[in-house]
Design a protein around this ligand. Sequence first.
Ligand code: 5RP
Length: 227
Amino acid sequence: MDEMKKRAAHKAVEYVKDGMVLGLGTGSTTKYAIEEIGRLVSEGYELIGVPTSLETERQARSLNIPISTLEKVKRLDLTIDGADEVDPQFQLIKGLGGALLREKIIAYHSDLEIIIVDHSKIVDKLGIKTPLPVEVVPFSHGRTKEAIEELGCKATLRGESGPFITDNGNYIYDCKFDGIDNAKMLELKLDSIPGVVENGLFLEMSSHIVIGTKDGVEIRERTDQDC
Ligand code: 5RP
């Protein structure tokens, strides 16, 4: 599995050009891409990275990748990030790693969003295998959970010995649906619940999906017809 993740990550880094401002995703697949970006920096590429999590920021700093913020750079040339599920319409579930809010903000402000996955993440329909992570503010989160469950899922607060706290000080509910039929509608409904900060549906955000397989990599490039 790690080899497939690495293949996808290395292929995605071929899109990086000298001088780019990069969004740096989060997760075990993106980690390989950041290692490669660190190698480019050590070879003299002038790159700036905007991390999607504190964990990614630590890795980038350890590789001497210059770090900035979205406030300073305003726009990103390219973001490389992972995903938990990818459907045939380039729709994603993200956030099992807990960084969905910053990842979504970064994706929104990126000219290109390249998603790197191993082939186990490719699904026909979102939400059958994976729960949908939803980030909520701690205030009255039990009531927020009830409102989310009215949308047809079982919501479980993430965390074992206490709630998992995101980099933004929030909680995450992992919401198990029996498959998601209309992701756009679900996103609208989730966004209308007070207390919900963000959800892990990334729709019409990724330009490329790079899939690591046993034998190599497959690249899917989104056209307008895929939306
Ligand atoms: C973090 C994410 C990750 O990109 C996603 O969970 C995939 O992670 P991994 O590459 O470790 O499978 O969305 O919030």
